[in-house]
Design a protein around this ligand. Structure first.
Ligand SMILES: Nc1ncnc2c1ncn2[C@@H]1O[C@H](COP(=O)(O)OP(=O)(O)OP(=O)(O)O)[C@@H](O)[C@H]1O
Ligand SMILES: [Mg+2]
Length: 265
């Protein structure tokens, strides 16, 4: 390993206790690490535990799920002791921007609130910063957009606003749940390319979740394959696509080839 790990996740466990004493384990001992400037894909079939893994890295597990074990460190420091870990040092871009944004606050107010909450800037300066972040997320006409409400945004615009929000706390790591729903293929590709550009420019570590290996294959340096809550295979993207070892990986590679999604040769 060349670079020092920036984000280290070790043995992450999420459990769900169902009525009647049944315990499900949607995330089973997931370990991974990301270096600054590194883009890693987390792929797996629907329900394999990708979204829960991202949330659990941030210390979140919506009920009835609960975190049952594991360690998360940022630059060697336990996440619980890192000030502004969640939403600050580590930004989250969710799968469904529409429902993640606050419907009763304008785009500008949400950005300003986040910027101020993280002590990045205040008042007029925070408002200016909000416009800059929208521009960084490739939203033209940031002025009018600052006053827009989430329901007035297109799916692609909402996703870009989510990215701007994730950047508002000056993160070192971005966790992104692929914006699959409601976006057309062209917009989806643009959003993914935007994420890559921003993480490159800022030197961020990116953990990019997708169930479509073909879609993200060209965008990430490494891929981890999740199956039923476990990392079953990991490695260099090209090698993995060429010679998948695990059946779960093979299924993803076959699906990618069938759809021709990533446009790979
Ligand atoms: N808050 C929760 N409480 C209980 N079970 C959950 C919760 N969230 C997800 N699950 C279950 O855990 C498993 C993993 O879900 P998760 O949302 O992480 O899948 P995913 O890999 O992100 O799938 P997709 O590609 O469809 O988004 C699924 O069986 C799901 O039903
Ligand atoms: Mg998901």
């Amino acid at each position: 390993m060349a670079a020092e790990p920036l984000l280290e996740v070790d043995g992450l466990e999420v459990v769900v206790r169902r009525p009647g004493g049944v315990v499900e384990r949607p995330v089973r001992g997931v370990s991974l690490s990301l270096a600054a400037g590194e883009r890693v894909g987390l792929v797996g079939a629907s329900g394999s535990g990708k979204s829960l893994t991202l949330l659990a890295i941030l210390g979140l597990a919506p009920e009835p799920a609960a975190i049952a074990g594991g360690r998360v460190r940022l630059a060697g420091v336990d996440a619980a002791r890192v000030p502004r870990f969640r939403g600050g040092e580590v930004g989250l871009v969710l799968q469904e921007a529409g429902s993640a944004l606050n419907p009763v606050l304008s785009v500008g107010a949400q950005l300003q609130e986040t910027i101020e909450a993280h002590g990045v800037a205040r008042g007029v300066a925070a408002r200016r910063r909000a416009a800059e972040l929208l521009a960084e997320a490739a939203l033209e006409d940031a002025g009018p957009l600052l006053d827009a409400f989430p329901h007035q945004l297109s799916g692609g615009q909402a996703q870009r606003v989510m990215i701007a929000l994730a950047l508002a706390g000056n993160p070192r790591v971005l966790l992104a749940d692929e914006p699959t729903t409601a976006l057309d293929a062209v917009t989806r590709a643009q959003i993914l390319e935007l994420l890559v550009r921003i993480t490159d420019e800022r030197g961020l570590a990116l953990l990019l979740v997708s169930h479509d290996l073909g879609l993200i294959a060209r965008l990430v340096h490494r891929v981890l394959v999740l199956d039923a809550g476990r990392v079953v295979e990991s490695g260099d993207t090209d090698a993995l696509l060429r010679d998948p070892a695990h059946p779960a990986t093979r299924r993803l590679v076959e699906a990618a080839n069938r759809l021709g999604g990533g446009g790979r040769a």
